[in-house]
Design a binder for this molecule. Structure first.
Ligand code: ZN
Length: 264
């Protein structure tokens, strides 16, 4: 599996992706905002775009669809809950669907929370060492969870983390929809000031451009991403400073973290 990540250098800091089959040269354009850039990237790498996939219906993930479609004839697929929200959507995907392009096999995960039509894509063995690869859109970012205030629901986001992300193995490679890593690591350190891994990775990413951000594994995320670290006593103690009547449940902790991240 070929993964080409394109950083948009826009205020929203979007990543666009081409996911290609190395045998057939066919590719999926995932969330193509920068249509011309994505098509040039395909051309330069000998890939033919066969399919446009959207993780969800927000404009910064779909606005390049028409130009890519006009140039390639590729259909637009997204979750079935996005039907009527994404122009020209040809297929409504559901959990468990497997998308096949060339030898690519991408499993659809239904991951509501950021919006109620959000999907993630999982390749079970597409990494360079045969490890799983997760394209997480705006649900899971490096060092944080996505927001839930533009058509989303934080309870469903929590359920998505528990049911869809927690079971994935540590070696899973993570490709999110935006680069917010620096800001998120600062938030992580604010929540857990003694987290050495958060501090280490903040120092690393402060020294590099967004286009060169490292590709992290879920195992690494579990060492510094507060949304995976709900049981950490330091996180819970700190939250009680802001939410004195905070409950003991993981869901309460997750929602309190997300509420603070909304204002960060
Ligand atoms: Zn979004």
């Amino acid at each position: 599996m070929i993964v080409l990540r394109h950083y948009m250098n826009n205020p929203l800091r979007n990543f666009n992706y081409l996911i290609g089959c190395e045998h057939s040269g066919e590719a999926i354009a995932l969330d193509p905002l920068g249509a011309d850039d994505v098509m040039a990237l395909a051309r330069d790498n000998g890939l033919t775009i066969r399919l446009i996939l959207n993780t969800h219906e927000h404009h910064d993930h779909i606005d390049g669809n028409p130009v890519v479609q006009a140039a390639t004839g590729a259909e637009v697929w997204a979750h079935q809950n996005a039907e009527g929200k994404i122009p020209n959507q040809a297929r409504g995907l559901v959990a468990g669907d497997v998308i096949e392009v060339g030898t690519l096999r991408l499993k659809v995960l239904f991951t509501p929370g950021h919006t109620l039509a959000h999907l993630c894509l999982l390749s079970e063995d597409g990494g360079p060492q045969g490890q799983p690869v997760l394209f997480s859109g705006d649900t899971l970012f490096n060092a944080a969870a996505g927001n839930c205030f533009r058509g989303g629901d934080v309870d469903q986001m929590y359920d998505t983390f528990v049911s869809q992300f927690q079971p994935l193995p540590d070696e899973t490679l993570l490709y999110p929809g935006h680069d917010y890593m620096k800001n998120n690591l600062n938030f992580a350190l604010d929540r857990e000031p003694n987290n050495d891994m958060a501090r280490y990775w903040l120092e690393q990413v402060e020294a590099i451009e967004a286009a060169d951000m490292p590709v992290m594994t879920l195992g690494q995320e579990r060492t510094y991403n507060p949304f995976f670290r709900l049981h950490q006593p330091r996180i819970r103690e700190r939250l009680k400073e802001s939410f004195p009547s905070l409950g003991e449940g993981d869901r309460d902790v997750f929602k309190a973290l997300r509420a603070l991240r909304d204002k960060w």
